[in-house]
Design a protein around this ligand. Structure first.
Ligand code: CDP
Ligand code: MG
Length: 836
């Protein structure tokens, strides 16, 4: 410990150099050809103009030549027959009419807010207008436009589209970059990237050297990264008066952003959507022969009861036919408004996971049978629901008939061949039905949609700051989102939208969705604030568009202190610095680092990759038991989901080597797509760790102890602490308890979820989710000694601080014996340190 500080300083100096090299490795062509590597990041903040030298004159000439070349290329394409055809299409988009006005306003103002209906051409056209006009002004080789997207899939698909519109291959003047993946070259001038990618660039290049335009897209979604980026950019604009910032939004809360940027000019692109008729539940029910008393007539309890009796009588009359049960589902939805819709805060608690599938089925049948042609877009809450509904519909005599209906699911991680089908028109009068999540609201546009079915819910992460627990609950969407969903039906002709909830529910929706910054844990964000040297975390976040609760901020800071990323004074520790360089959650980053230090990197990389992609074990609802027992085989009495993941992955890697990977996945209920993603992520992790000097080329040297299962449990514990629950085996059940939540439960998909007893006193877990009870998703059993030695963070306030915290835990869980053991362990350690 005596040399600790010195080592810190040394590592830090080394690290900052390495960090820049890493950026170069990842982001090479983002930088202009001028070399910024030799200037330390903090000095680059306020740079002096370069003096005119022979070199700079030569450089200038080269750039001029490149700009000229770009201009010729652009002209050639635009004059070619294909180019003409493309131009004709582009000119038909509403954005085209505003092109000149747009270019004028960005030349006059540093910040511009643009809003416009989805599909009017904001994302594909506006960045392109800038690029084209820069090229025409012979500045092609010096302009550097970055357009951020909240989602990977949109960054990828939009860049592909824009490259095609320019008659180029992706990676020439137009490219994309998403986490750990990208397609761009030295001469890429317009880059579509995820917001996270731009934020990581800011870590090592605070001034965005060489960047001429930043376009932040879909700001109305109010994602955490976007809100964070806006705070940083707002500050940066003072230091970079030449930088242009364009904010793009689908819905019309442009004023909010404009006033945040001191009254920046706003621009609206009028859309050309056709009118869409909205049907609410009452109306839909009426069409099927049900009458529902409107909500505003049910004022008191008595009337509500009458309404219920009416409903029962009607249901009885219909004798529970198929449709009746569908409508029952719907009525159930309508019914709960009587309890809670007046108090907005409890909206999300009342409603079961998904609206009755039968009702959706019923409405789809109605459309297929009775309505004119046109594709149908169904908004669901999540992937699970989409798959289950798709299964149900496929079994239906009409909707499952492939000669009449083409059923498609739309999801961010689906294969690109399947993606393409979504945009294509099916032939021969087949009706296309696309089941999608809220990503089809704004990020992607399916042109031929005429009917929209909206269940009014979206799965949304929220964050319970009081209990410090993230929750994943389907909650009601906002009015803005409902309008947006409705609008998707009017792209090519007048459309119809079936909102499967009563009008009164719609009236109770919030106008806009709560920004993510106000509903998620802020740990990674706080780490980034410190790394970017943006001052006090609380002060910085108080400058947000809508600042988060002080309690949430405090929780996040406290967490970072517990895991050792921040010291008592809120300064980044060496660990914190390294964690900020790894594009994974802090706890997973810590696990990786410890995996390298304790030489068990290979399996730890698998775990971290698995936890940051998604679970490769698939649990189809109809074969749940089989799938669970397949997973249990990998656990082999380990009582660990994380060790099961390692086994499953290792087995797959061996099977792949013998070309039997697919069969292996099929037999073991594993997703080969996910395993492949894990595989590639593992490789990336290794490079990243090499970059921050934790490993060298030889991966073998970091695997000396990879087969030591106890050590793996210890490293898992060190990473996931304080995600810990005590285990008490009872006669017929197992009682689990965490400090924040009290009693908790395990998901049945966990290998520990269906065992009669767990022979470990503790479980560590990565994720807990509050649904109605708190559930642990995954877990690993650990012993007392592992908890004592690896739980917590010895560097925090020295051993005393560590003991105090761990002591608090042990006391809470009523383990005084363990506390005593810890005390003697501590004294022994101190003695040892003194001797050394
Ligand atoms: O961003 P915004 O919603 O305003 O529209 P956009 O994404 O720029 O799309 C404008 C138009 O380009 C759409 O209406 C589609 O017709 C077309 N487009 C396309 O054909 N293929 C894509 N991958 C993206 C857009
Ligand atoms: Mg867009």
């Amino acid at each position: 410990l005596g040399v600790h500080k010195e080592v810190d300083a040394h590592l830090l100096a080394h690290l900052s150099q390495k960090a820049r090299n890493k950026w170069d490795f990842m982001e090479d062509s983002l930088h202009n050809s001028s070399d910024s590597r030799s200037i330390p990041a903090n000095e680059r903040m306020y740079e002096q103009p370069e003096p005119v030298t022979h070199n700079s004159v030569v450089k200038e000439k080269i750039l001029q030549r490149k700009s000229l070349q770009l201009h010729h290329q652009q002209q050639d394409w635009q004059e070619s027959p294909e180019g003409q055809k493309m131009l004709e299409f582009r000119r038909s988009l509403p954005a085209f009419k505003e092109k000149d006005a747009f270019l004028r306003v960005i030349s006059q103002s540093q910040v511009v807010v643009v809003s416009g209906e989805t599909g009017c051409g904001k994302t594909t056209q506006l960045p392109q207008y800038i690029l084209e006009s820069e090229i025409e002004a012979a500045r092609g080789a010096v302009c550097n436009i970055i357009c951020t997207q909240p989602r990977r899939i949109s960054a990828m698909s939009v860049s592909e589209r824009v490259a095609a519109e320019r008659g180029e291959k992706l990676g020439e003047s137009v490219g994309y970059k998403v986490r750990l993946e990208g397609m761009k070259g030295r001469d890429t001038r317009l880059l579509f990237c995820t917001t996270g990618v731009l934020l990581r660039r800011l870590l090592v290049d605070r001034n965005l050297k060489g960047v001429t335009h930043v376009i932040v897209d879909e700001i109305h979604e109010r994602g955490m990264n976007e809100d964070f980026l806006l705070i940083v950019l707002k500050e940066l604009l003072h230091h970079r008066p030449d930088l242009r910032l364009i904010l793009m939004s689908a819905t019309l809360n442009a004023e909010l952003f404009s006033s945040y940027f001191n009254g920046a000019p706003t621009m609206h692109i009028p859309g050309f959507t056709f009118p869409v008729r909205a049907h609410f539940l009452e109306d839909i029910l009426e069409r099927t022969g049900y009458r529902l008393t409107p909500y505003n007539q049910i004022d008191d309890y008595g009337q509500e009861k009458t309404w219920k009796m009416q409903k029962q009588a009607q249901a009885f009359r219909k004798r529970k036919s198929h449709i009746a049960s569908a409508v029952e589902d719907a009525l159930e939805v309508a019914e709960f408004k009587g309890y809670s819709l007046r108090t907005q805060d409890s909206l999300s608690c009342w409603y079961p996971d998904s609206i009755g599938f039968n009702l959706i089925e019923h409405v789809l049948c109605h459309i297929v049978k009775n309505e004119r042609s046109g594709a149908v877009l169904v908004f669901m809450t999540g992937w699970d629901d989409i798959t289950s509904l798709k299964d149900q519909l496929q079994a239906h005599p009409l909707l499952g008939d492939q000669s009449r209906v083409l059923l498609l699911a739309c999801h961010g991680s689906m294969a690109s061949s399947e993606q393409r089908l979504i945009f294509e028109n099916p032939e021969g009068g087949v009706r296309k039905i696309v089941l999608a999540t809220n990503m089809a609201e704004t990020s992607i546009t399916i042109n031929d949609v005429v009917f929209v079915v909206d269940i009014g819910k979206a799965k949304e992460t929220s964050y319970d700051a009081l209990n410090n627990t993230p929750c994943l609950l389907p909650s009601w969407i906002s009015k803005a989102a409902a309008r947006q969903r409705r609008g998707r039906a009017g792209r090519v002709q007048p459309g119809e939208c079936y909102h499967l909830y009563p009008r009164c529910v719609y009236d109770a929706f919030a106008d806009y969705q709560l920004p993510e910054l106000l509903r998620t844990p802020l740990q990674s964000l706080c780490l980034q604030i410190k790394t970017l040297q943006l001052g006090s975390i609380s002060e910085f976040l108080s400058r947000a568009l809508q600042p988060p609760e002080p309690l949430s901020v405090q929780n996040a800071i406290e967490y970072l202190k517990i895991i050792g990323a921040l010291d008592e004074n809120e300064n980044l520790t060496v660990l914190g610095h390294k964690l900020a360089m790894l594009p994974v959650e802090p706890k997973l980053g810590k696990m990786l680092i410890l995996g390298a230090i304790f030489k068990c990197l290979d399996p730890i990389m698998t775990i971290v990759a698995g936890l940051s992609v998604r679970d490769p074990f698939v649990m189809p609802s109809d074969k749940k038991d089989l799938a669970e027992s397949a997973k249990a085989q990998f656990a082999a009495r380990d009582y660990s989901d994380h060790l099961a993941l390692i086994r499953a992955y290792d087995g797959w890697r061996d099977a792949e080597a013998q070309q039997a990977g697919y069969e292996y996945c099929w037999r073991n209920f594993l997703s080969s797509q996910t395993l492949r993603a894990i595989d590639s992520l593992r490789k990336q992790f290794f490079y990243l760790l090499k970059d921050i000097c934790l490993v060298n080329n030889n991966s073998e040297t970091y695997n000396t102890w990879s087969h030591e299962e106890h050590l793996l449990r210890a490293v898992i514990c060190a990473g996931l602490f304080p995600g810990i629950s005590s285990v008490v085996n009872k006669d017929k059940s197992i009682a689990l308890k965490t400090m924040e939540d009290g009693q908790v439960l395990l998901y049945s998909s966990s290998v520990n979820g269906c065992v009669p007893r767990i022979p470990f006193p503790w479980l560590v877990f990565n994720e807990k989710v509050k649904v109605n009870s708190v559930f642990l998703r995954d877990s690993t059993g650990i012993s007392d000694s592992v908890l004592l030695l690896f739980g917590g963070n010895v560097s925090r306030g020295g051993l005393d601080g560590h003991l105090k915290m761990l002591g608090g835990y042990l006391e809470f869980f009523m383990k005084p014996e363990l506390a005593k053991t810890y005390l003697s362990l501590k004294m022994g350690l101190e003695e040892l340190i003194q001797k050394k």
